[in-house]
Design a protein around this ligand. Structure first.
Ligand code: BES
Ligand code: MN
Ligand code: MN
Length: 462
């Protein structure tokens, strides 16, 4: 495997340029205006897998966006690694906050990425990280070092809930049979300290609508005499947390797994600077649930956050009006053992129960998924750790992440295999935000590290 470093050095310009081409296609799954581009991206991914050396690649149609499936089976008796990734990206808005257009990738240096980072929507989440696997395969095929079978499953709806992928996985258990699932769609602590994500939070996403009068009203003639849906919604939302920032929905914490003090002490060993954290976000202080520190609040604890709130007049100048309706989008991040459908029900019941007379409330569930935790004594985890240790010079630290990849729990249920989350992004890479980027160092390091995972996974499987 000594050669992988040399191979990456020799081909890095091309690796970067190929990723840049992929990033130019605006594959925004949430917005149907981009639908054509999402389909085109699937074709581009298919072509890249063929070129990298898959023996068989196909576009699998679904009720939604297609899944790109590829494989290289060298010997049915050898283990099989299933690589999952997504080629869809988040919407780029707010556009005016990008320092360069989101679908015109450019390389810029930053404090954290002195050797440069590619700025574009999807650079890190997940086109850049997904493409590392395509290039790692290219290396293994070119150098004749692919030690086992490999399958690729790259979807186009991760950012909108992976509906079609669930449909696909349920119908293709045999085709997707594997010994381990490998995903790069998470982060690591820093470029000096790799980490392996051992947990993902679950998610329940709902939209609420509060209706007062049957039409917008003059706020002088009617103000004070009828319920204002925006006032009411604000009050209802505020009541969802108490003074300690605990969530007030009855039953919400019932199944939450409490970590032991030992486990929490272990977590606290991961390098973290509160000062740097605050500085990076220009905050004068952090905020959250009483009794827990920042790295616990954003990983092992469930949360409830408003993602968007609207209603009434928001145009230029002033308009004196009481809106007929007010809306909000609310996400709840869940921890293992909390069932997302149960939590959605608890939320719905509670939200209806706190509505005052004078308004009606409608709760619309969007999507959700279960959380995930993976043990650190599996062959897959050990192989990943050995791979990181070799390319970074230090072993990886296990870290539970606050983000969600709901499909991972479904993989375990349907395909009965464990997922290894080998992420190479950094929290500061601004995924889902304006100016998303992915370090060149991280991209190339990923390509270097992945073939070692295969090598050690096969060795440990013997
Ligand atoms: N790749 C992210 C999830 C992620 C990022 C996990 C960093 C851990 C570290 C994924 O694309 C994502 O954004 N997931 C969504 C959930 C989805 C159902 C919309 C999320 O976490 O908000
Ligand atoms: Mn992602
Ligand atoms: Mn994402």
């Amino acid at each position: 495997m000594e050669n992988i470093k040399a191979y990456v050095q020799e081909h890095k310009e091309r690796f970067i340029n190929e990723l840049i081409e992929l990033l130019k296609i605006p594959s925004v799954s949430a917005d149907t205006a981009y639908s054509h581009d999402v389909f085109e991206t699937a074709d581009t991914v298919k072509a890249s897998l063929e070129k990298a050396g898959c023996d068989f690649v196909e576009i699998c149609d679904t009720p939604g966006y297609p899944i790109v499936y590829g494989e290289k089976i060298i010997d049915p008796n050898l283990p099989t690694v299933l690589v999952y990734g997504h080629y869809d990206v988040q919407p780029p808005d707010p556009m005016e906050l990008w320092t360069s257009p989101p679908f015109e990738p450019v390389i810029k240096k930053t404090d954290i990425h002195p050797e440069g980072a590619i700025f574009a929507r999807g650079a890190c989440d997940d086109k850049g990280q997904m493409y590392m696997h395509v290039k790692a395969l290219e290396y293994m095929v070119q150098s004749n070092t692919l030690p086992c079978n490999v399958k690729f499953m790259i979807e186009g709806e991760e950012e909108i809930g992976s509906k079609s992928l669930s449909w696909f996985v349920e119908r293709n258990q045999e085709k997707l049979k594997n010994d381990v699932i490998l995903i790069s769609d998470t982060g690591m602590i820093s470029n000096q300290q790799p980490s392996i994500t051992t947990g993902l939070r679950g998610l329940s996403y709902v939209e609420v609508e509060v209706t007062g009068p049957n039409r917008d009203l003059h706020s002088g003639l009617y103000g004070g005499a009828v319920a204002n849906p925006i006032n009411v919604l604000a009050k209802m939302i505020a009541s969802l947390h108490d003074e300690n920032n605990h969530i007030t929905i009855p039953g919400f914490y019932d199944n939450v797994e409490e970590l032991s003090l030992e486990e929490r002490a272990e977590m606290a060993k991961a390098p973290f600077s509160l000062e740097k954290y605050k500085n990076a976000l220009q905050l004068n202080d952090v905020y959250g649930e009483k009794g827990y520190v920042t790295n616990e609040r954003n990983s092992i604890r469930p949360t409830l956050d408003v993602n968007g709130i609207w209603g009434g007049y928001t145009g230029e100048g002033a308009k004196t009006v009481i809106a007929s309706k007010a809306f909000a989008k609310i996400s709840m991040r869940l921890v293992p053992n909390q069932d997302w459908e149960e939590i959605t029900e608890l939320f719905t019941k509670h939200f209806n129960s706190i509505a005052p007379a004078g308004v009606t409330v409608l709760v619309k569930p969007h999507h959700g998924g279960q959380g995930y935790v993976t043990p650190i004594d599996s062959i897959g985890y050990k192989a990943a750790n050995m791979a990181y240790a070799e390319t970074f010079g230090v072993p990886a630290i296990p870290v539970r992440s606050g983000g969600s990849i709901p499909i991972v729990a479904l993989f375990e249920k349907e395909l009965k295999s464990k997922t290894i989350l080998m992420g190479f992004g950094l929290d500061s890479d601004a995924i889902h935000s304006p100016n998303e980027h992915f370090g060149i160092f991280n991209y190339l390091k990923g390509i270097e590290t992945i073939p070692l995972f295969y090598k050690y996974f096969v060795e440990l499987s013997k």
